[in-house]
Design a protein around this ligand. Structure first.
Ligand SMILES: [Zn+2]
Length: 108
C-alpha cells in the first residue's frame, strides 16, 4: 500500500529542491509494484487526497490541520494518543482492505 503523493509538492514542503522526483522515489514505486506483482501480492495506491495523517485510526475523526512538527497524533474526540506515522500506517492498512473488498465486490 503506497500513497499517491505529489512528489513536487513534497519536495517543496520539505525544502529538498525540485529534483526529488528524479532521485529514486518514482523508481522505488515502480520496483515495488513489480516485486509485488511477481510474488502475487497486492500493490495498491491510495488516493492523494486520502487524509491518512489527519484521520484518527481509532474513531475516524478527521482534523482540519496537522503540522509536520506534531509527531504524536492527539485525537480530540476519543483521546487516542499515538505516533503520527503509526496512525497513518493503520489508516492506510484499513484503506487498502476496503479497496480490496470493493474490488472483490465484498462489503467492508
Ligand atoms: Zn479518535
Amino acid at each position: 500500500m503506497v500513497e499517491d503523493i505529489d512528489l513536487r509538492n513534497l519536495a517543496q514542503c520539505l525544502r529538498l529542491g525540485k529534483k526529488l522526483h528524479d532521485n529514486g522515489f518514482g523508481l522505488f514505486r515502480t520496483m515495488l509494484k513489480y516485486k509485488c506483482e511477481r510474488r502475487g501480492k497486492h500493490y495498491l495506491v491510495a488516493d492523494k487526497y486520502f487524509a491518512s495523517s489527519k484521520t484518527c485510526s481509532c474513531c475516524g475523526n478527521k482534523k482540519d490541520t496537522l503540522t509536520l512538527s506534531e509527531r504524536i497524533y492527539n485525537c480530540t474526540e476519543c483521546g487516542t494518543k499515538i505516533d503520527r506515522d503509526y496512525n497513518a500506517a493503520r489508516n492506510l492498512r484499513q484503506y487498502g482492505i476496503r479497496m480490496l473488498h470493493e474490488r472483490n465486490g465484498l462489503s467492508a
